[in-house]
Design a protein. Structure first.
Length: 161
């Protein structure tokens, strides 16, 4: 599916004007399409320079492609005090009092025209626009984002080890 999305990232007028609208306060999610049965959604995320997500994981699989600009990303895993990897159960929230820490496992730059995919678990990351202009990424989620409001399952306010 990443190759399918990549083929569309070079189409100049792929996104309507309303999907390209930014918010000066934070990155903005603009819903482009939700399949009638709710099986998937297409969302454009619009980022002004320096805007970023918190460290977070997701409610479903996702294929994401950078349509304009570039995005920086740090990927993480969660470890306990003994250094063992931890996967949180549904409904469980990350708690620093439990000795949990974030560990960086990769730092990448996703350039214009690139696409990638992920699925829970193992989808823990922070993303931001590190460029000087607007960045836009197209996300295809395996969920009804209009119904859910966001693709974020939970955020992680944990110290880094």
């Amino acid at each position: 599916m990443t190759r399918t999305l990549e083929r569309h990232l070079a189409v100049p007028d792929l996104l309507p004007a309303e999907a390209r609208v930014a918010d000066p306060e934070r990155y903005r999610q603009n819903i482009v399409h939700v399949e009638p049965d709710g099986s998937f959604s297409i969302v454009a995320l619009v980022w002004l320079p320096g805007q970023q997500t918190p460290v977070h994981d997701h409610i479903s699989w996702c294929v994401v492609g950078v349509y304009e600009g570039e995005e920086a990303e740090i990927r993480y895993r969660v470890e306990d005090a003994a250094g063992d990897e931890v996967h949180l159960a549904d409904g469980q929230m990350p708690d620093p009092e439990d000795g949990l820490r974030l560990v960086r496992i990769a730092e990448v730059t996703n350039p214009n025209g690139s696409a990638d995919g992920f699925a829970p678990p193992g989808d823990l990351h922070r993303v931001w626009n590190a460029g000087e202009g607007t960045a836009i990424s197209i996300h295809v989620y395996g969920a009804d984002i209009r119904e859910l409001g966001s693709s974020i399952r939970r955020t992680y306010d944990l110290p880094e080890r």
